[in-house]
Design a protein around this ligand. Structure first.
Ligand code: AMP
Ligand code: MG
Length: 416
């Protein structure tokens, strides 16, 4: 089998991933989940025409010719507060004082702001004519009874959650999260609670993958470290296959002690591919079981494991949770210096980003070896060098996938 391209591998994975089921959660727990039902409005909001301003409700024809030299005087015959129903019908020559959000009285067609009036006793002087119909929020402007106000597949942001609250959805149907297990493999590894052995390599991948899952809202189960022998691998992979998704790192290349792929096959997994034309991350296996578990054999090198998670595992998990935006946002950035690619492979370069008048500038975040975690820790984005290029020169443009941290900036961004 020849190497899959990154996009072919992504398509293959998404095609084989199962959508998780549906569950009902309390309103507050629905944040960041995906709505699994259409939600209808159970009311009109506002329930009647209301005033958008503190001011006076009146008839436009009364005040159309008002100006500061010849103000028009109206008699105040009612005082309407939010939450109170008006009792009086407004006639020519009359107005009602009205508060923001209060229902407009019968007879009027316009509300004028307090700022455009002058009050003397129970007479209000109109100094400038409002526009006809101004400052009235019509019945149902926000929500209309029986209308679909939120569609299945909506991501529940704070704004969406506010609409759920308005239509009194105390229990919300959302797509379930898949169960995920993480296994690292390698005789050379020691885990976080093991005593330090100078001849061993600390396990980074399990914890990096755990954090990457957590940033998607998934609490993954750590299955520890499997030795590079078929018995131990078989036993631990079998446990992992009870989960919806198993992430196994290491042991997927073609080394003499790389048993992950044959062991998965022996456990009945159908492997769809095991190499992707990319760097870092060349060895990457993906398979599915008859019971519809998915298993990713991720590269052992820590950066490769993390980059592969971003490109393949995260989109798959997002899809199974019902999300429809599966990929990180990309922006165009100018290279600050030459960057070397690899013909025939998509190369992901860890970069930091800055801005100048012409837009984003990408700078290498440090040494790019697939085991050099420090540049991954510092990276704000992954710059993509396409497979058809040997590299790009300083000043040329490339796409950069924004990683964590790029949601925020130092400046307020709000002009005063
Ligand atoms: P492998 O893919 O098993 O050949 O591993 C490639 C490289 O990644 C080796 O140098 C391993 O020691 C290293 N490695 C594998 N698994 C981990 C892990 N869980 N944490 C840190 N490094 C690892
Ligand atoms: Mg290994």
């Amino acid at each position: 089998m020849s190497d899959f391209s990154v996009t072919d591998a992504q398509a293959c994975i998404l095609e084989h991933m199962q959508r998780s089921g549906v569950e009902t959660v309390a309103l507050h727990d629905s944040l960041d989940r995906v709505l699994a039902e259409d939600v209808l409005s159970n009311r009109n909001h506002p329930p009647y025409d209301v005033s958008a301003m503190d001011g006076y409700a009146l008839l436009f024809s009364d005040v159309a010719l008002a100006n500061s030299k010849a103000p028009i005087r109206l008699h105040i015959v009612d005082d309407i507060r939010a939450g109170q129903m008006p009792q009086v019908t407004i006639q020519l020559g009359q107005a009602a004082r009205i508060m923001t959000g209060a229902p407009t009285p019968a007879g009027i067609d316009t509300v004028i702001r307090v700022e455009d009036t002058e009050l003397l006793g129970d007479v209000v002087s109109i100094l400038t004519p409002p526009k006809q119909g101004a400052n009235i929020r019509p019945l149902g402007e926000n929500l209309k009874t029986g209308h679909v106000v939120l569609k299945q597949g909506s991501m529940i942001t704070p704004g969406v959650l506010a609409i759920l609250a308005m239509v009194k959805k105390k229990d919300v149907k959302v797509f379930s999260k898949p169960s995920v297990a993480i296994l690292s493999t390698g005789d050379e590894l020691e885990d976080i609670d093991d005593a330090i052995d100078e001849n061993k390599i600390p396990n980074a991948n399990s914890h990096a993958l755990y954090a990457q899952c957590k940033s998607l809202g998934i609490e993954a189960t750590l299955l520890g470290i499997a030795k590079d022998n078929e018995e131990d691998l078989r036993a631990k992979l079998a446990v992992g296959l009870k989960y919806d998704v198993l992430l196994a790192s290491g042991g997927v290349s073609v080394g003499h002690h790389d048993f992950v792929r044959p062991t998965l096959e022996a456990l009945g997994i159908t492997m769809h591919f095991w190499r992707v034309a990319m760097r870092p991350g060349h060895p990457l296996a993906f398979g599915t079981s008859e019971s519809e578990s998915a298993v990713f054999g991720l590269p052992g090198n820590p950066v490769a494991s993390m980059v592969c998670f971003e490109q393949f595992v995260a989109p798959a998990l997002r899809q199974s949770m019902g999300q429809n935006k599966l990929y990180r946002r990309t922006i165009q950035a100018r290279l600050e210096h030459d960057m070397k690619g690899s013909l025939g492979k998509t190369v992901f370069i860890r970069v930091t980003l800055s801005r100048d008048e012409q837009g984003y500038v990408a700078t290498s975040a440090g040494a790019q070896g697939s085991g050099v975690l420090m540049s991954m820790a510092l990276a704000e984005g992954l710059l993509l060098l396409p497979a058809e290029h040997e590299g790009l020169k300083a000043g040329e443009f490339a796409s950069v996938q924004l990683l964590q941290g790029m949601d925020f900036q130092n400046e307020t961004g709000v002009e005063v």
